[in-house]
Write a protein that binds this ligand. Sequence first.
Ligand code: SF4
Length: 373
Amino acid sequence: MSTAQTVEYDYDRQDATGATCTAHAWAKVPAPLSPDEKTRVKERIKAELKRQNAVLVAHYYVDGDLQDLAWETGGFVSDSLEMARFGRDHAAQTLIVAGVKFMGESAKILSPEKRVLMPDLDATCSLDLGCAADDFAKFCDAHPDRKVVVYANTSAAVKARADWMVTSSCALAIVNHLKAQGEKILWAPDRHLGRYIEKQTGADMLMWNGACIVHDEFKGLELDLLKKDHPEALVLVHPESPESVVNQADVVGSTSQLLKAVIESPAREFIVATDNGILHRMRQLAPGKTLIEAPTAGNSATCKSCAHCPWMAMNGLQGVLDCLDKGTGEITVDEPTRAKAKGCIDRMLDFVAANPSAITKPAQGFVPNIGAA
Ligand code: SF4
């Protein structure tokens, strides 16, 4: 079997005083399988999913082969929250979650009675890494007058300290709701998403200083130049991107909302500023449309830019098979943390259920969700 390739990354981590320091993270990306290996591994996965009453749930950003296998085997491909809700509502007793660790944790928080396995437990997220639970608790303790609102891309321990969890689809509606109640907000961890929401709502928001290492790399200057070459293209931007990129967007939204825009818009050409893993599903659901990746390279770029999450790339077919064969990659969340973390997720789910008009409606024939990163 092929060996994994290890890749190292730097990332910024904020402490509770608001300072940033450079910390170190790494990802090990599995080497690609040969066509024969792929066929053999896929067949074994299909057989084991059936035999073990298990279901494969994948994120839009993972490898296209995994996304296709999830659909082919009665599983699901979506964003983190819908992945967790699908897992909770599915009859399978084992959930194989292809994504990053906080997604497995969310699945476990909502489905404590199920076994949740992941192809690689080291697949993480710069937002999660950059918001350590003990630092975050100190930050919250220093601002007890604020409602604590955290993004889905956080650990179970951080969620356990929060009043609300939000996703990029419902964050605006929930922050508006809190503002109307006269609440001041402590927001974590994504500074770009927080700044976008602050600007849209006018809410009083104190920000953690985290960022997604993928979206942070999109370049406003180069996007401006690219738009000149494609004047008819609609610009779709995930709000984890820098302000100079968001300011040029025709549509700002979660992965699900950007997918919906490609399907429903009469435009033929799109510039897409989010992880390029989403292009697989966009091509399937909107064949014939031209999709152009937003620039991460150019004069203002670093050599790391590639618009693809290194941790999402850690998910491979062999990892899925190992989960099923050996029971590796099991997610555990201790019960006190799980119970507390569930509180902020339930608050969001209840809000969304009570305010469906606040959330973007799904396109016709489109798998509905309320979308996280
Ligand atoms: S794409 Fe960004 S936000 Fe999503 S898992 Fe990777 S680092 Fe985290």
